[in-house]
Design a protein around this ligand. Sequence first.
Ligand code: SF4
Length: 328
Amino acid sequence: MTRSCVVLLSGGLDSMLAIRIMQEQRIEVEALNFKTIFTCCQDQSAQTARDLGVRLTVVGQEDDYLDLVKSPQFGRGKGANPCVDCRIYMFEKAKRFMHQIGADFIVSGEVAGQRPMSQKRRDLDRIAYHSDLEDLLLRPLSAKLLRPTLPEREGWVDRNQLYAFEGRSRKRLIALAKRLGLNEIPTPSTGCSLTEPKFSKKVFDLIDAPGTSRRWDFEMLKIGRHFRYDSETKVIVGRDAAENDQLRYAHELPDATSTAALVPENFLGPQALVIGPRTDEAIAFAASLMLRYSRGFDPAQALVRVDDQIINASENERAKSLETIAMT
Ligand code: SF4
């Protein structure tokens, strides 16, 4: 009887190898790619699935994913990345998908000891245990270092043809890829902005601010320059025409937490959003930030439209010198 598995496909070398190893053993493969609002455009999973001849399903996060970003149970990596919690979340989704399509087990390209945050042996065990997959989660690249799983014990998969890779070196993985006929070797990248120090700074700023941070607020971390005015108030300033359009669009959304949108009325410059209490001081500060990033205007004449109102913008020393929370 032909067995089938769901392989978590990131588009990276490890998941490509996991698929190829299963194909070598004549196991049917369904690829599953998990996307979050923090996954960036470097994701090559669609191309990889085409190259490997497997069907790909892409699943997104739900809002409960943000709860684990805000307070992960198993800590974070060097940035805001809660990798162990995130992997557990992914595998829970994968398990649901496995049941939906009637597959027999789950496969992942994790390599023991490769990533400090989520691939230490202890973390691999934790992830399998907490996602309730334990016996049905096969890691073919390190399987010989781990306890035999059900697919191995039942002979659906030949354990002798699995591997014992451990550690960070990619040399032996690349050699295996060549042996298995994979000629396009992707460069290593997590493709996840939560691992980036500058982006993480904005995530921590948002999490530490009082009040609730919703999906909208997390989405906005990808747009513009962010300035903290006070503990409750933040200003986002667009960096180019595309971001100005995005800010205007975001402000109109029903779940927006922005309280004022500022547009230059008689000069060329960026747009801005105020997030937090809509006080005169916060609006004057946001208008001054717009002037900081504008050229060729007369400071005495500069006007800014705030929703339906027009105000005089004036330069403010703090807005001139305040650092951005972090530039993306
Ligand atoms: S790098 Fe990002 S997407 Fe990958 S496991 Fe960590 S938090 Fe999740």
